[in-house]
Design a binder for this molecule. Structure first.
Ligand SMILES: [Zn+2]
Length: 177
């Protein structure tokens, strides 16, 4: 069953009116401070697994809304990816690269380097980009119209220099890849 959310793009507010001097940008420290304190506080109440699930869900919602409001889903795949890549750079979210793409099967392997969430983190044998998994799945689901999942297979926090995600339809999860 599809979750129903209240969030609207307009909830982000009018930044030109609200921040005439400081503008639209903040620092990665502020972003990470919020993300990792959220994660810690939520985990203490809900447990780690539930917290991760919620981060994926929130990221998914963000990805869908981002795709609807900041991208053009009528573009053919390669142009859509080019526009997405540009947008992620202009928002300083990360540097997207597509490593493998099977447009027919909707199987993709992509990397995000210098990403907001984990680049530069200490290594602790665990991928941490749960929000990004949801964010990427939300974008691809909105674009393709199919139920999509994204799984982080490499992460700065597991010792890699980039985050690598496998993206595929949910229906393929248990079938042959
Ligand atoms: Zn990562």
């Amino acid at each position: 069953m599809q979750d129903v959310y209240d969030f609207k793009w307009e909830d982000l507010g009018d930044l030109s009116e609200g921040r005439p001097n400081l503008g639209t940008e903040t620092s990665v420290v502020a972003y990470r401070l919020m993300q990792y304190t959220f994660k810690d506080a939520f985990s203490k109440v809900l447990g780690k697994q539930k917290t991760v699930e919620l981060f994926v869900k929130a990221g998914f919602l963000a990805g869908q809304e981002f795709c609807k409001n900041a991208l053009d889903t009528s573009l053919p795949f390669s142009q859509f990816i080019a526009a997405l890549k540009e947008k992620l750079i202009s928002l300083k979210i990360g540097i997207l690269m597509i490593e493998k793409a099977d447009e027919k099967k909707l199987h993709f392997v992509l990397t995000v380097s210098e990403d907001l969430d984990c680049s530069g983190l200490p290594i602790f044998e665990e991928s941490v980009c749960d929000y990004d998994e949801g964010f990427i799945a939300g974008i691809f689901e909105e674009y393709t119209g199919k139920k999509i999942t994204a799984k982080e297979v490499d992460c700065w926090a597991t010792g890699d220099r980039t985050c690598r995600f496998e993206v595929k339809p949910i229906e393929d999860l248990n079938g042959p890849s």
